[in-house]
Design a protein around this ligand. Structure first.
Ligand SMILES: [Zn+2]
Ligand SMILES: [Zn+2]
Length: 252
């Protein structure tokens, strides 16, 4: 078992010590664990987001996990990355950060429209077609950068699951992911807490396009990692939908 979607307390809505996430992952049988906390961004203004780490926390994040990676190297492989959006005007800054800190990977979690300083949160209910189009085009541009190992909760946007026009937009994510061989995530946090994602109509499209599906625990607390029951239930659903499960991602 491998999991590349793990947060830390630095995002201000996750709890627990990094070491406890690792211990629980080992206990549950994971052989590889990737930390992908919500990435900071560089803002020109004095804006301070409430759901991600600050820029000056990157150093501590990377150092802490590197030290634990060494400590546990005989028991589990540890990777260091970020979950982040595709914010077009901030991607060069992110490329510099990747280089500076030698990050292993990014996953694309497109939570906000262009910026969380000005843009709306895509997960809030009842998005109209125009908003769905914008979300999809940003996810596609993100995939095209080659920076992202996979798309986290690709169906996080509150699209209308019964509207064929919305589904036709969402299908473009599946088509592009297939073309670029990028896995799409079946999000365990959404699954466990009964959110609108992972959504059956979207994953039916993934089946149609033979997308590779990766399970992401989206752990915001250590107990998410030794929750084998939720993991097994997700596997059952994935199999039932006839989806191809993968654990292979490309690193940076
Ligand atoms: Zn989060
Ligand atoms: Zn996310």
């Amino acid at each position: 078992m491998k999991n590349y979607h793990t947060h830390t307390y630095r995002c201000k809505h996750a709890i627990g010590k990094e070491e406890d996430y690792i211990k629980n992952a080992i206990k549950a049988g994971y052989t590889e664990l990737g930390f992908s906390d919500h990435a900071p961004w560089h803002y020109e203004s004095s804006f301070h987001p409430t759901m991600r780490m600050e820029e000056d926390e990157i150093e501590g994040y990377v150092q802490t996990i590197r030290a634990l990676k060494e400590k546990y190297e005989d028991q589990i492989s540890i990777k260091i990355g970020f979950e982040c959006e595709y914010f077009e005007d901030k991607m060069d800054w992110m490329r510099d950060i990747i280089k500076k800190y030698g990050l292993d990977y990014l996953i694309l979690g497109n939570h906000y429209d262009e910026s969380d300083e000005y843009g709306e949160y895509y997960g809030f209910p009842d998005k109209d077609l125009e908003t769905v189009k914008k979300y999809v085009s940003q996810v596609i541009k993100g995939m095209e950068t080659g920076l992202f190992s996979y798309v986290a909760h690709p169906d996080v946007i509150a699209y209308d699951q019964k509207d064929p026009r919305h589904l036709a937009e969402m299908e473009k994510i599946c088509i592009k992911a297939k073309e670029l061989d990028i896995p799409l995530e079946f999000n365990l946090l959404g699954f466990k807490t009964g959110r609108d994602y992972p959504s059956v109509p979207f994953f039916a499209l993934c089946k149609k396009h033979n997308n590779r599906i990766i399970i992401g625990t989206d752990a915001h607390e250590p107990s998410a990692l030794d929750d084998n029951r939720t993991y097994d239930e997700a596997c059952y659903v994935i199999n039932k939908l006839g989806l191809e499960k993968t654990e292979e991602i490309r690193f940076l």
